[in-house]
Design a protein around this ligand. Structure first.
Ligand code: ISL
Ligand code: CA
Length: 548
């Protein structure tokens, strides 16, 4: 397997709107990130992924871009961006940008032109269709609920939007669109960025004729664009014409995908993408989509994680993540609020000792928890607001039930301001933030965690340092033991003359430690408790190193 910097790297995702506000307007910004560069360096991460900072009307917090070459005013200027990039590079940290090119904003000049007339030169940049007998062209659904089609008055035709109606899908079959994407990539790479996180990249190619979609538990119509007919051709074209000429890396967000299919994107010889995000483990507490809840079971999480380890290791490259800006916080989800510190450390260890590139989402490293919103007015996320409307009006869920569901799964759970200290608004801003701060900032914050030597943050620093020190954590193989055990986790990694063994308790009760090896013969590398005996305390995790 080829060794590369991005396999060895540790990524930290910044959601700029909620990271740090430098000018007290309640909105995080680039200068706020610049203030925190040393924090990132001390954490030990080596790559930053910046969620979108481009000009946008913010219908979907920047995942609706109206100018790919301009920084949103609220976030700063191009000079601020250059200073940020230089500040990161000076500290040995790479930067990857979010590339959102399945769709643009409806306020992008291309779409403004496109909707003007059927003859407009930009018409074919997007996907327009006539209605069928006064109805929508087909029954495809949007990821955010409702139809994926919107009627546009000017020409009487419908345009496709797999996300909000302010996010029209680009027509990748138009070579001009692909040239525009290459121009965008080249522009940012020439500025010095080190790669891209490619938003919903496996849905850019739609089946010819846009055939009717079958109703499925997932999104209606998705069988006609998930890993669509030309997706590999288009990604390979981007690689040949642009990406392959730079020492950059790409991580593609991919929905409804299997390990086998993922290799078609990431096997090195394919020359497409470096790695993918997948969602299987995100379904360990729901069915297909998060709105259909089921109880979290550790064994489901283990099965999903292990499936990807076995399916991809040695052939492609995995990503390791539990959190991002679209997911609720992982501690209340997979761990326990009662054992916040213990389970936060255990989850990190279980995840980041597997093979793949680690992704840490801002606030995860201090064990931030869900927003606890109880009122609809507290939510900002377009998906949450849409779903609330649909659930209460169409599915006739009660308001109470819908709000309870949102409190558990809403994307806003991850978007509350970063908690820096116990000053007003957690030190994020002196002004009222665009979204409420979690009131637990007085105890859960960076300042406290830096003072306390047993904090989650200190533990993350230690874990990251270990990943940098031991190649086995990056490149070792992965073998799981006791995969059907509902309480414990145990896996090993092997590399050259070394073996790592991880044992962990995924429950709130003491359990007896199991291991296929005599652990008394190994060196204890990491432990989230002080004691090391044969009983695993609630959410205890230990990692041992053997020299063969
Ligand atoms: O968040 C989800 C469900 O709650 C996902 O279905 C999500 O919409 C999907 O993973 C795509 O996400 C990405 O593209 C969206 C954007 O809203 C997300 O923030 C982004 O991560 C549209 O650009
Ligand atoms: Ca600001």
């Amino acid at each position: 397997m080829k060794k590369t910097w991005y396999k060895e790297g540790i990524v930290y995702q910044i959601y700029p709107r909620s990271f740090k506000d430098s000018n007290n307007d309640g909105i995080g910004d680039l200068r706020g990130i610049i203030e925190k560069l040393d924090y990132l360096k001390d954490l030990g991460i080596s790559i930053v992924w910046l969620s979108p900072i481009y000009e946008s009307p913010l219908d979907d917090n920047g995942y609706d871009i109206s100018d790919y070459y301009k920084i949103l005013d609220e976030y700063g200027t191009m000079d601020d961006f250059k200073e940020l990039l230089e500040g990161l590079h000076n500290r040995g940290i790479a930067l990857i940008m979010d590339l959102v090119v399945n769709h643009t904003s409806d306020e992008h000049p291309w779409f403004i032109e496109s909707r003007k007339s059927k003859e407009n030169p930009y018409r074919d940049y997007y996907i327009w269709r006539e209605g069928k007998d006064d109805k929508k062209p087909n029954k495809w659904g949007s990821f955010f609920g409702g139809s994926a089609w919107e009627l546009d008055e000017a020409t009487g035709e419908y345009y496709l939007h797999l996300f909000s109606k302010k996010q029209p899908d680009l027509n990748w079959d138009n070579p001009k669109v692909r040239e525009e994407v290459k121009k965008i990539l080249t522009f940012w790479l020439d500025l010095g960025v080190d790669g891209f996180r490619c938003d919903v990249i496996n849905i850019i190619s739609k089946a010819e004729g846009l055939p009717e979609g079958k109703w499925k538990p997932a999104i209606r119509g998705s069988e006609h664009y998930v890993n669509g007919p030309k997706v590999h051709e288009y990604l390979h074209e981007l690689y040949l014409d642009v990406l392959g000429k730079y020492n950059c890396f790409t991580v593609g967000e991919s929905v409804f995908i299997t390990p086998e299919i993922s290799l078609d994107y990431t096997a090195e010889w394919r020359e497409e993408l470096s790695m993918l995000f997948q969602f299987d483990h995100m379904n360990s507490d729901c069915y297909f989509v998060k709105w259909f809840a089921r109880k979290f079971k550790p064994v489901r999480l283990k099965k999903a994680m292990t499936k990807w380890q076995y399916g991809v290791n040695g052939k492609g490259w995995n990503t390791l993540y539990f959190e991002n800006h679209d997911q609720p916080r992982s501690i209340p989800r997979f761990g326990s609020l009662k054992y916040r510190e213990e389970s936060g450390k255990m989850l990190a260890t279980y995840l980041y000792f597997q093979q793949g590139t680690p992704f840490i989402y801002q606030g995860q490293e201090i064990g931030m928890t869900n927003a606890n919103f109880t009122n609809l007015s507290q939510y900002r996320d377009i998906e949450s607001l849409n779903i609330y409307r649909i659930a209460t009006k169409k599915l006739l869920w009660s308001k109470h039930k819908t709000l309870k569901r949102l409190a558990r799964v809403s994307r806003d759970n991850a978007r509350t301001p970063m908690q820096w200290n116990d000053d007003v608004n957690g030190g994020f801003s002196e002004a009222t933030p665009w979204i409420e701060t979690n009131s637990n900032y007085s105890t859960i914050n960076v300042k406290n965690d830096l003072k306390n030597k047993n904090s989650i943050l200190k533990y993350y620093q230690k874990l990251i340092a270990l990943r940098k020190k031991y190649e086995i954590i990056v490149y070792g193989d992965f073998i799981e033991h006791y995969s059907n055990d509902r309480k414990i986790v145990c896996y090993e990694r092997n590399y050259e003359d070394q073996k790592l063994v991880l044992v962990a308790n995924f429950t709130k009760r003491d359990v007896f430690q199991k291991s296929p090896y005599d652990l008394t013969k190994a060196k204890l590398l990491l432990n989230n408790y002080d004691d090391d005996d044969r009983v695993l305390k609630p959410y205890q995790v230990k990692v041992y190193l053997f020299k063969k």
